[in-house]
Design a protein around this ligand. Structure first.
Ligand SMILES: *Cc1c(COP(=O)(O)O)cnc(C)c1O
Length: 453
């Protein structure tokens, strides 16, 4: 690899300082906070952000989310508000809704959820009465907190029937899921994950849900961008409701949205006396059910992200995310590492350290010292506790946003290997790798930091 000269280092510093120039007011008013943002910017530009749920939002997204739209109150929905003076922001929200519907081919969209978790909370409120059974994946098996984890509202207020990947293979077994659904008769089934490296077969889930009269809810928080690009199957034709974040792969602001059908397929069974259709019930669950005024600055940024995601450039990006992840997986497998499910179809992989004396937490810490930022994660069949784990989760969305491709994945796999071969005393090697990581990052300034072309 080409070694960076001091001149190039100062070039990156110039870029970073340049990207910080837009915080000139903050710098003056609150230097302490300014310095923290500056520090985080420097860290993000000189390390490898490999947490699969993280990414880089564009300048345009950052500008919209930092705009004066933060000043406006607009409780209600476009053209039906509880406040005056919303003629302009009505258009902002309507634009976000129209773009969400077009991008995902959905009948209805709600763009007001403050984040992915509140979006999921609204779905429970719209579909289920408290205490009823639903199926979801527990956190240790790759599900999200809001899919029924015991300390989350979804686990205390509703009754989770857990399902998950086979502990031996790491793959979902659809026959087992069907048998469980037939036995338990849940009213809702979640399909979606935070840590499952394989394609989800929505068609199979839909067959199961129809057979047992359950709502099927897709949670595409992680893989939203892959779906937009057609590199992961599309849940919209198969699910009653689909929820998502607008950050993560989609590179938008930190927020959530909900897509759904207008009519309720199971109305006569579960909501016979309900006058509202499914779309209206989802809207009502978000506002006034759970939230007050929508965050219009975030909704505006979401509209920008939907616009950016509708381009061929974005589709190329998402395809490259998957190619990069496969390449990283192949290089790690070649070196003898075990991956949960044996590889990946999407943007993330799980390294499996069940046979190692070192825990996932320990490995993640060592890699962070080397400038490779990832998270420790349970793997299917994990004997260790959730705060320790036997796995680490690595993802390629952010490094791909920096412009990295297969040759850089080869370097990263080599660095991971070097650190993992010195786990008895990782610091010296981690410090060397840290330097090489910083040098690679010099050549790939991320969106939001590199100058706009
Ligand atoms: C990230 C995530 C969420 C929630 O997102 P937040 O914005 O962090 O609340 C929900 N579901 C899944 C599957 C996720 O990965």
């Amino acid at each position: 690899m080409k070694r960076a000269s001091p001149v190039e280092l100062s070039d990156l510093n110039r870029l970073i300082e340049g990207s910080l120039s837009r915080y000139s007011a903050l710098r003056e008013t609150d230097p302490l906070l300014y310095e923290l943002i500056a520090e985080q910017t420097r860290a993000e530009a000189t390390t490898l952000k490999m947490i699969p749920s993280e990414n880089f939002a564009s300048y345009a997204v950052l500008e919209a989310s930092g705009s004066i739209l933060t000043n406006k109150y607009a409780e209600g929905y476009p053209f039906a508000r509880y406040y005056e003076g919303n003629e302009i922001v009505d258009q902002v929200e309507q634009l976000a809704i129209d773009r969400a519907k077009a991008l995902f081919g959905a009948e209805h969209a709600n763009v007001q959820p403050y984040s992915g978790s509140p979006a999921n909370q609204a779905v429970y409120r719209a579909l289920l009465r408290p205490g009823v059974k639903f199926m979801g994946m527990p956190v240790p098996e790759g599900g999200h907190l809001t899919h029924g984890w015991k300390v989350n509202f979804s686990g205390t207020d509703y009754y989770q029937i857990p399902y998950g990947p086979d502990p031996q293979t790491g793959w979902l077994d659809y026959d087992q899921i069907r048998d469980l659904a037939r036995k338990e008769r849940p009213q809702m089934i979640w399909v979606g994950a935070t840590a499952y490296p394989r394609i989800l077969d929505y068609e199979k889930f839909a067959e199961i849900a129809r057979e047992v009269d359950a709502y099927l809810v897709g949670d595409i928080a992680h893989i939203n961008g892959l779906i937009v690009a057609g590199v992961h199957p599309d849940p919209v034709p198969y699910c009653d409701v689909v929820t998502s974040t607008s950050h993560k792969l989609l590179r938008g602001p930190r927020a959530g949205f909900i897509l759904c059908r207008i009519e309720d397929r199971l109305k006569s069974l579960y909501h016979p006396d309900e006058p509202l259709n499914l779309a209206k019930r989802i809207d009502r669950a978000v506002f006034p059910g759970l939230q007050g005024g929508p965050h219009l600055q975030t909704i505006a940024a979401m509209a920008v992200a939907f616009h950016e995601a509708s381009t061929e450039e974005f589709r190329d990006y998402a395809r490259q995310v998957v190619r990069n992840c496969r390449r990283l997986a192949d290089r790690l497998l070649e070196r003898g590492y075990k991956l949960s499910s044996g590889g990946t179809d999407n943007h993330l992989l799980l390294m499996d350290f069940r046979d190692s004396p070192y825990s996932g937490k320990y490995v993640a810490r060592a890699l962070a010292q080397a400038g490779i930022i990832c998270n420790f994660n349970m793997v299917p069949g994990d004997p260790r506790r959730p705060m320790v784990t036997s796995g680490i989760r690595l993802g390629t969305p952010a490094v791909t946003s920096m412009g990295m491709k297969e040759p850089e994945m080869d370097l990263i796999a080599g660095w991971i290997d070097r650190v993992c071969r010195h786990l008895d005393d990782p610091t010296p090697v981690a410090q060397q790798v840290r330097q090489e990581v910083a040098e690679l990052c010099l050549q790939f300034p991320p969106p939001g930091i590199k100058p706009r072309q």
